[in-house]
Write a protein that binds this ligand. Structure first.
Ligand code: ADP
Ligand code: MG
Length: 605
């Protein structure tokens, strides 16, 4: 049989013409209408636009139009803008010092090669605008045009010149949703810029799919207001502001409380030096940060910005720049995990207010009678006392709560207030200075027991059991070195490993709490994790999983009547315990109803 690659009629090597080269490049840069829109909006942002209007028809297949009020393009540079590797953003001397979205000079020539492209632009200060058209790579002549300011780029019939690619496009609806997604991400990246996204498939003005006015204030403030438009009030109400720096990388943004978790990873957005990126490892890091609070099928919500010296990150590793590479690949993971864990610990007992909304909705007899807008002042967590509250609270595992003597002092000024009643043997009603809280005693107690077990583990280490016959794990040299390097740390978690000959290690003790385990598999899991991230959570995660299960068994079941003192002891304990606002499954342990909410329920305001 003849090898098709060894054709006898071989042609000589030739340089492809510009049109062919551009079409090949377009294959990488412009995958679908949403990627064309991404390139055009990024160009508008690079041109310092304050307002950007995007219109599309038929999922972007027949028409894409991006209008901006940026600096514009001088008419004598229009032809250049359409040639490959021509850019005004870098001079080519330093590809590691990028401050703009664009720098490769590929988008416009690529779009011109695969669609009918028209660019109308008026350079700031110029007396008139000019227009240029390209079709299937053939560049027309520059002509005068009417435009007050900025740039209008119109792309019609995307991929008409490459019918094969047309076949890869999905339904109009799927392409439209990819477009919305791109605009959402860029709108979060640039909260000070106004965006309007219109579907103009039908005649007329079109349907506004998304609109956001330019937001003012410093970045965190503007971002918060922008997130209100993009992700909604529920996210913002339940979000913690993140501000954490380590190893010259700054992590900022907002992360939602565990109780505001989603059924899918739909509300996770990452930006590196202002550029939206999709990177599996960031999602993995986010999951790791919340691993203590969420079950496997729940997903945290967060909008996170990593900022650093551009030299520390290479943005030139992906055709659409959707992925980036850090000089120290383990840095972002550590930063995200530590930064978020710290913020979540700081949130203390605070739970999501979303459930408060739903609770309120359930209380309303009929259709909504008022607009829930102002949720009122929310509590900030009290400082965690120096002494462990558990010691005073007595024996929790037995399911009994030892009462702390009730002081005559007024407890209503405390965040979770004074216990007033127990309902259905499981719900504690407490009065606070500004309203009331309702506590799920079982869920709350479960979390308290869990936190206590964890704290004990932190203080006294984890008990280990000695294996009768040590297990031998054969490992590669790197894995072996990595795991031996952290053997001290592992020992505090009850896993004792020692070198064993050249290519192996020996496991002598395992964490007693894990019972009988496949210790070689555990060692391999740890090695994989170390290779991925440079640090290992595996043993700790496994142990915490067990602790959580034990806590569930050791906590007060619902159905147990409690005295006022017992209930107050539970409330005080919750105030003093980090993470007590949600149970081990990410559900809230209490909900809160502000007096103003109650008044509105009764139509008093
Ligand atoms: P890049 O963005 O990588 O420079 P593009 O092909 O996207 O490459 O754009 C080429 C050049 O055209 C840009 O460098 C910029 O000078 C100019 N340009 C493109 N779009 C705009 C716009 N909306 N406003 C002002 N200038 C623009
Ligand atoms: Mg560009």
């Amino acid at each position: 049989m003849q090898n098709p690659h060894m054709m006898s009629d071989r042609k000589p090597i030739r340089q492809l013409d510009d049109a062919a080269a551009n079409r090949i490049a377009a294959g990488e840069v412009v995958e679908r209408p949403a990627s064309a829109i991404k390139e055009l909006v990024e160009n508008a942002l690079d041109a310092a636009a304050e307002r950007i209007e995007i219109s599309y028809a038929d999922g972007g297949k027949t028409l894409i139009r991006v209008v901006d009020d940026g600096t514009g393009i001088p008419s004598d540079e229009l032809v250049l803008a359409l040639s490959r590797h021509a850019t005004s953003k870098i001079d080519g001397s330093d590809l590691l010092n990028i401050h703009s979205f664009g720098f490769r000079g590929e988008a416009l020539p690529s779009l011109g090669a695969v669609g009918r492209l028209t660019i109308t632009s008026r350079f700031s200060g110029a007396t008139e605008a000019a227009v240029i058209a390209v079709n299937g790579g053939a560049i027309g002549v520059v002509q005068p045009a009417a435009l007050a300011r900025g740039t209008v780029v119109e792309l019609r019939d995307l991929f008409h010149a490459t019918p094969a690619r047309l076949k890869f496009l999905r339904s109009d609806r799927a392409e439209s949703s990819a477009i919305s997604d791109v605009i959402k991400r860029l709108a979060m990246a640039a909260p000070d810029v106004g965006f309007v996204l219109r579907d103009v498939s039908k005649t007329g003005e079109g349907r506004v799919v998304f609109r956001a006015e330019p937001e003012s204030g410093d970045f965190a403030t503007a971002l918060r207001k922008r997130l209100l438009r993009v992700l909604g009030a529920d996210f913002v109400d339940n979000a913690l502001e993140i501000n954490f720096e380590r190893h010259d990388i700054l992590l900022t943004g907002y992360a939602a409380l565990p109780t505001y978790s989603r059924g899918a990873a739909v509300s996770q957005f990452f930006f590196v030096n202002g550029r939206p990126v999709r990177d599996k490892q960031f999602h993995g890091a986010l999951r790791a940060a919340y691993s203590d609070f969420l079950s496997r099928d729940r997903h945290p919500a967060a909008v996170l910005f990593l900022s650093c010296d551009p030299e520390l990150v290479d943005v030139n590793v992906h055709p659409a720049k959707a992925e980036v590479r850090f000089r120290d690949p383990s840095a972002p993971r550590g930063l995200i995990v530590s930064g978020l864990r710290q913020a979540l610990a700081g949130a203390g007992h605070r739970a999501s207010s979303t459930v408060g909304n739903e609770t309120l909705a359930a209380m309303r007899p009929e259709a909504p009678i008022y607009q829930m807008t102002d949720r009122g002042q929310r509590y900030s967590p009290p400082p965690i006392p120096q002494t462990s509250g558990f010691a005073e609270a007595g024996s929790w595992e037995s399911g009994r709560v030892e009462p702390t003597p009730t002081l005559d002092a007024d407890l209503t000024h405390l965040p979770l207030g004074a216990a007033r009643a127990q309902l259905h043997e499981n719900y504690i009603v407490a009065q606070t200075a500004t309203g009331m809280v309702l506590v799920d005693q079982h869920a709350a107690h479960e979390r308290l027991v869990y936190e206590r077990l964890k704290r004990q583990m932190g203080e006294n280490g984890v008990a280990s059991q000695v294996l009768l016959i040590p297990e031998i794990a054969d490992l590669s040299d790197t894995d072996r070195a990595r795991i031996l390097e952290i053997s001290d740390q592992l020992a505090t978690l009850g896993l004792v490993v020692e070198p064993f000959g050249d290519g192996a290690i020996c496991v002598r003790e395992t964490p007693a709490i894990l019972g009988e385990i496949d210790s070689v598999k555990l060692v391999r899991d740890i090695c994989d994790e170390l290779a991925d991230s440079g640090c290992s959570q595996t043993v700790k995660d496994k142990i915490e999983e067990i602790l959580s299960r034990m806590a569930c068994h050791g906590s007060i079941r619902s159905g147990r009547r409690m005295t006022a003192d017992e209930m107050n002891a539970l409330l005080r304990e919750m105030e003093a315990t980090p993470h007590s606002g949600q149970c081990n499954h990410g559900r809230p342990t209490y909900v809160e109803l502000a007096l103003s909410d109650i008044e509105r329920l009764f139509g008093r305001v």
